[in-house]
Design a protein around this ligand. Structure first.
Ligand code: NAP
Ligand code: G4F
Length: 329
């Protein structure tokens, strides 16, 4: 029987896909939003009609307690974070406070308000960092390579700790990279598909990237949010890797995205050391056997279709922007 869910990070990529999924299952969905007059509220309202809004911030303990007291949720999905790895090198303390300690704040709020609330923590394959084995599974040791990865490792362990210490239903989903047309422009996949569309339409000529040799296990966000929900429907809380099991380089992503609009990526991609990181995660590939067998989870969108979906969406958005620009000139 669907109940009430609270989502932190509702204005991010995963927040809207998860809210849509939960609403389609009949949940009452609350979104926690920070700041005054967050400009993304309108976008979320359009994508997810029926959402109810609560103010709160992972940096502010009492706002989290108040939010839980107001909505009395059965499930909390903690997606809120500073999630951009490159930024975490420049704002390491802010990242530790939000992405790391923010998890403890929301867990403490749950423990105080109602310890029976089921909790999902958005953990990350970035925790594997300098990988100790390939592919990575739930038992692979962590070796994070960024302040973001370190903060996520803390968030993972505190989630496990509240389960073991207080008997709370807390799950950590170790999700590998997942993308979509709603991905922020700062992340490499969307940066590439957005640029490919603009170059195809003659708006831009080139795109500057950092390390194009790194490899990621890229899936579709719409598939991954279903795993989050499934984790909270099990008899017992646990941790799960969610991944496709296939890895591709940034170079391959460029090749496919530009080919999709009939261009050769080598004519347009330039490298710029400004986009290199102080420490890099070279290659990630996940083993999601446990999620497949225990949760019955599966991927529905493969790499080729994901790239095509993202490029197609960016082409449409850029064409619309051109039409509106021409009409208002
Ligand atoms: P995203 O698009 O960057 O969204 C991040 C969200 O966190 C935004 O809604 C942002 O709200 C919110 N946020 C930031 N600081 C906050 C604070 N102090 N208090 C409350 N909310 C705050 O991230 P995403 O791609 O949807 O990812 C969702 C979660 O999964 C993140 O925790 C991310 O680290 C994790 N993850 C993502 C991936 C992936 O490949 N996408 C993989 C593994 C794990 P504002 O609108 O206010 O900025
Ligand atoms: O798209 P990215 O910024 O994603 P990254 O660092 O893998 O992190 C994402 O996935 C994690 C899961 O492992 C999440 F936890 C995290 O929140 C986030 O969603 O970069 C991917 C790769 C990196 O190796 C980066 O160095 O692309 C390389 N890259 C090369 N040029 C670039 C660029 N990345 C970005 N963002 N911008 C570039 O110009």
């Amino acid at each position: 029987m669907p109940g009430t869910a609270l989502i932190t990070g509702i204005t991010g990529q995963d927040g809207t896909y998860l809210a849509q999924h939960l609403l389609s299952l009949g949940y009452q969905v609350y979104g926690l939003v920070r700041g005054q007059n967050n400009p993304k509220i309108g976008m979320v309202d359009q994508l997810c009609p029926g959402i109810e809004w609560l103010e709160g911030d992972l940096l502010d303990q009492s706002s989290l307690i108040a939010a839980l007291e107001t909505c009395q949720p059965d499930e909390v999905y903690n997606l809120g974070a500073i999630s951009f790895v490159a930024l975490s090198f420049k704002q390491a303390i802010n990242t530790g406070e939000t992405t790391g300690l923010g998890v403890t704040r929301i867990l403490e709020a749950i423990r105080v308000v109602n310890p029976k609330i089921r909790f999902y923590q958005a953990s990350s394959s970035e925790m594997f960092g300098k990988v100790r084995e390939t592919p990575q599974n739930e038992l692979t040791p962590f070796h994070p390579r960024s302040p973001y990865g370190v903060a996520k490792a803390y968030g993972h362990y505190i989630t496990v700790n509240y389960r073991e210490s207080f008997g709370m239903f807390t799950c950590s989903g170790i999700l590998f990279n997942h993308e979509s047309p709603r991905r922020g422009l700062e992340f490499v996949t969307r940066k590439i598909t957005h640029a490919a569309a603009r170059i195809k339409l003659g708006i831009d000529q080139t795109i500057a990237l950092g390390n194009i040799d790194s490899k990621r296990d890229w899936g579709f966000a719409g598939d991954y949010v279903k795993a989050m929900h499934l984790m909270l429907q099990q008899e017992a809380p646990d941790d799960y890797v969610v991944a496709t099991g296939h890895t591709h380089s940034v170079r391959e992503f460029c090749e496919l995205a530009f080919a999709h609009v009939g261009l050769d990526w080598q004519d347009h991609v330039v490298t710029d050391p400004r986009f290199l990181r102080p420490a890099e995660v070279d290659v990630l590939v996940g083993d999601a056997t446990k999620a497949r067998t225990k949760l019955g989870w599966k991927t529905e969108v493969d790499f080729g279709h994901l790239v095509a979906m993202m490029v197609g969406s960016d082409m449409e958005a850029q064409r619309t922007a051109q039409r509106i620009g021409a009409a208002t000139r």
